[in-house]
Design a protein around this ligand. Sequence first.
Ligand SMILES: *[C@@H]1O[C@H](CO)[C@@H](O)[C@H](O)[C@H]1NC(C)=O
Ligand SMILES: *[C@@H]1O[C@H](CO)[C@@H](O)[C@H](O)[C@H]1NC(C)=O
Length: 170
Amino acid sequence: MRKDRLPTKPIIVLLLFVIFSGNSSSTTEPQYMVLLPFLISTGTQEKVCVQLSHLNESVTLSATLEYQGENRSLIDDVVSKKDVFTCIPFSLPKAKSQSQVAFITVLVKGATLEFRSRKSVLVKNSESLVFVQTDKPIYKPGQTVQFRIVSLDENFHPVNEMVSMAVPFR
Ligand SMILES: *[C@@H]1O[C@H](CO)[C@@H](O)[C@H](O)[C@H]1NC(C)=O
Ligand SMILES: *[C@@H]1O[C@H](CO)[C@@H](O)[C@H](O)[C@H]1NC(C)=O
């Protein structure tokens, strides 16, 4: 393949090494980290990631999502490894108002350990862009107009969305 691609690999190895050596130089006390996006767009897959290190007993890892008055369990698992990094995917339906707040609670509980983190995230309705394309720029009277409608999200990915009515204009 092309020679200019070659340096990529050594750089990745170096970065991973820095991250891992940073971790192992810290204390051996049980540690927890919860990673969560600050802003969540509805309808797209998001995730909450949990890192547990130096566990000294098996624990239950649970995560609950509170959104629009409902609680939904994202995970409820027994973890018996010392070190775990797991990401839990979820997606939210469209909010009733333009922006809302959801709460994600992560609970790690063992016989002697307990850790709870409750964080709020801002939920934003994702806007879709609707494009209408006709088969001709100009029509003569009586000609049939053929058209297609494409709906894209903010990242220009197609959205599976129903268009309830298309009103022609003159
Ligand atoms: C695990 O570590 C925590 C914090 O260092 C300590 O309080 C707890 O007693 C330990 N549990 C066991 C089963 O060793
Ligand atoms: C959702 O969970 C929170 C915190 O655990 C609790 O205060 C609230 O009452 C629950 N709501 C419902 C609808 O179960």
